[in-house]
Design a protein around this ligand. Sequence first.
Ligand code: NAD
Length: 294
Amino acid sequence: MKLMEPFTIQHLVIVGVGLIGGSVGLALKRAGAVGRVTGVGRSRENLMTAEARGIVDDWTHDLKAAVADADVVLLAVPMAAYDALLREMADALPADAVVTDAGSTKQSAIAAAQRWLPDARRFVAAHPIAGTEQSGAAAAFAELFDDHLAIVTPDSVSDPAAVARVEALWQAVGSRVIRMAADEHDRLLAAVSHLPHLAAFALVNAVRKQADAARDPFDFAAGGFRDFTRIASSSPEMWRDIALCNREALAAQIDAMQAELAGMKTALLAGDGAQLFEDFSAAKAARDAWLQRR
Ligand code: NAD
């Protein structure tokens, strides 16, 4: 999708200036696509870091005051914070302001907007498919979204002008925008993002519980363990919220993985090397093909 005309936001309010919110601020400034950026958050120290790094021009803890003359508001906070923040900003939002978000689950984001905003047609949910296991404004960088997908999930009642504006924002930060239904987004992301995080947390805990006075298994872990478990260093708060907001789709993916593991366990105990070879080969082929496509 090509931008038809220069895209500019006069006053962007970023609620939650962490890795994602901070990177959006830096990327929009890099693109020359934003006038003033105001940060809103919980931690004074993090907001001061954001200001020192040039992510925001100013910051406040006062959400209502911040959004009062915003043309675009970006929510980049853990999913459990949505209800309180949308409720608080609802009365103060200008009628023509557009609200978007970066949250990892989309049906819950849209439901929260519908619960609290006077005109939820101007809330257009989005999810940048880019990130790291780091948190906070100190971890933000302008290139985070370059050539990564941003999934935008409008529905039949979304205001077309708001959708165009939100898609232009995610393009301006460097991402490739695609549209998808929110329920399809949540099903797909449960498989390729939410389950891997749970699996990484589960593996680290399984190993952690085997430590005893004589031996710590982590002392013998090498590159494979490090690669597999990198995302277990992610924010527990953020991942608790994502798991709870997408619980049914995630539970279905846990079942799918348990079925795979159960099949491998059966083959293992039966000494069925052919079956194991087939399972491992199919997985290797699928992953290699995915890497090739990227
Ligand atoms: P982060 O922890 O780096 O930043 C979140 C920020 O929100 C923090 O500065 C925190 O202080 C602030 N915050 C939390 N509760 C708040 C509240 N009630 N009011 C105001 N500020 C509050 O997290 P992040 O990685 O930037 O994630 C932000 C959102 O983006 C989450 O919804 C997450 O699901 C989503 N997301 C994350 C990634 C990733 O890889 N990290 C990728 C795509 C989407």
